[in-house]
Design a protein around this ligand. Sequence first.
Ligand code: HEM
Length: 233
Amino acid sequence: MDKLQTDEFRLMPFNSPAGAELYLYARDLMADKARRGDTAGVLNMILEPAKDGSEISETEFRNFFCLLVAAGNDTTRYSIAAGIQALCHQPELLAQMQAGGAVWETAADEIIRWATPAIYFRRTATRDVEMHDKLIRAGDKLLYWFISANRDDSYFDDAFRVGLMRNPNRHLAFGQFGPHVGLGMWLARLEVTVLFQELAKRISHIEASGPQKFLRSNFVGGIKELPVRVTPR
Ligand code: HEM
């Protein structure tokens, strides 16, 4: 990660040599599965030829593997951390979770809005667009700040508070509105819901017992450290 020249890794996510090492792990794993005749699992499905007989290239598989590992890890982990932080700051939330029912239809999305672990993405404009009196020209490189959109108080009431029953909740934590989308959003919602359902069953109180520390990154946003004290139920 400390290399200044990363051209060699330019086809890896984030130009990262760590991605190359991660892929070696995937390759060994797949080779081992093949030796054992084990054909189950998501990775085998991805390697299956499509209906038209086309197959994923090695580079595509390598990038997809690294993308899945990165995309599915930090995001859900930091969403859960943000949910814990919200429980510490807004004590009414735990009781709402414990009341159960409809809250579970909306809670995960609100926790993920609050977390917004992917802070921004970059895109290239394909045509001229005027927005808020600014002209974006075709070819311009743009950042869209999901974190900012998700705190936009011209759209969200009380944007800086967590409302587990917030509905509608058209947050942008998963990107969306284009050919790309947070592909893991259904899994992520499920993970966050199940974790807080199980936690709410087991505790009667939670509070912060020390200061929170944020991850040092302008791309992935999350709480790295937050000591808490819990009272079991
Ligand atoms: C709270 C959790 C998550 C958040 C906030 C999140 C957020 C995002 C965002 C913002 C994008 C980019 C969308 C765009 O380009 O417009 C994305 C893409 C993606 N995510 Fe997630 N994600 C989460 C969980 C997951 C999980 C659990 C997985 C898989 C196990 C996953 C897999 C992917 C993949 C494969 C893409 C690329 C899809 C594409 O480019 O078409 N994500 N995610």
